[in-house]
Design a protein around this ligand. Structure first.
Ligand SMILES: [Zn+2]
Length: 313
């Protein structure tokens, strides 16, 4: 079994202005790197399906979903917050991005794939039940996790979020829901200025000061995340895979490198192999330095492939 790779051409049409960092070229950089590295040839490619309203309703309020549909412009940009805008193609892209996570859960839960990576935009982890923010409209990973709970009856789903920003939307959607363990590392203090004082028992937040490097990140994951994750024994691992903590990414001020993303992916594969029959669904969040993003996604997928190979002997 290979890693499923889910994407859609609709993602290239969502644009928020010429100089916006969350730009179509991000997925181009990933595709180029996967082809150049030879990884593209070993992935199993899937065209994303759009999310249906019942999928969205598991993570968002009905009135909010209606508002997003009603906000979709016929031309130009409509700004929903200071850095988050819809163009005429955004709604369709957002539906395919959320649908990718649902499809990925279906693929791994049915056994068609051991692992899946969703190369999507817009990202999702800042979107709350009733609020678009931070480049996000629908919370893709929350919609995927909620699908795993509702459609497959899972009772232990891990969401691991190593994006440089706190996944405030995901946390707010699942806070207090003990079927989901949410583990996040993020630069603090930094946008969206949340997560450092969370009290919910199913949330493990690890704020990291600016200039945190790879060894300190690994130490934090090893001591703060992994023991809790091991005790939780997840039936499915989902990853909010943002790569904006990379040292070359000027969005933030952490100092991770490709080897750190490979390391954390390998650790999560080990847990998945012990408890979750290897099942991992990873979905793209941030990552704005194009070359670093392409390289980081490539090592992340390489580690997923290697982790699965290790499990199958
Ligand atoms: Zn981010």
């Amino acid at each position: 079994m290979s890693v499923a790779y889910i994407t859609h051409r609709a993602f290239a049409l969502h644009e928020m202005g010429a100089h916006h960092p969350e730009q179509p070229a991000r997925l181009g950089a990933i595709n180029d790197r996967l082809i150049a590295s030879g990884l593209d040839a070993v992935l199993r490619h899937h065209e994303a399906r759009p999310a249906e309203r019942e999928h969205l309703l598991r993570a968002h309020d009905a009135a909010y979903i209606d508002r997003i549909f009603a906000s979709s412009p016929a031309e130009g940009l409509v700004w929903l917050d200071g850095d988050t805008a819809m163009n005429p193609a955004t709604l369709e892209a957002a539906l395919y991005a959320a649908g990718s996570a649902v499809q990925a859960v279906d693929l791994v839960m049915s056994g068609s794939a051991a692992q899946a990576f969703c190369a999507v935009r817009p990202p999702g982890h800042h979107a709350e039940r009733a609020r678009a923010m931070g480049f996000c409209f629908f919370n893709n990973i929350a919609i995927g996790a909620a699908h795993a709970l509702a459609a497959y009856g899972l009772t232990r789903v891990l969401i691991a979020d190593f994006d440089v920003h706190h996944g405030n939307g995901t946390e707010s959607i699942f806070s207090g829901d003990e079927r989901v363990l949410f583990c996040s590392t993020f630069q603090h203090p930094f946008y969206p200025y949340s997560g450092h004082d969370s009290q919910a028992p199913n949330v493990v937040n690890v704020p990291l000061p600016a200039l945190t490097d790879g060894p300190a990140f690994r130490e934090a994951v090893a001591t703060r995340w992994l023991p809790v994750i091991e005790a939780f024994a997840p039936q499915l691992i989902m990853i909010s895979a943002g790569f904006d903590a990379h040292i070359e990414d000027e969005m933030a001020n952490l100092k991770l490198s490709e080897s750190d993303y490979a390391w954390v992916t390998r650790r999560l594969c080990e847990v998945a192999n012990r408890h979750a029959e290897g099942r991992i669904v990873s979905t793209l969040e941030g990552g704005y330095a194009l070359s670093a993003l392409g390289r980081s996604v490539a090592v992340h997928i390489e580690a997923l492939l290697a982790g699965h190979a290790a499990a199958s002997g």
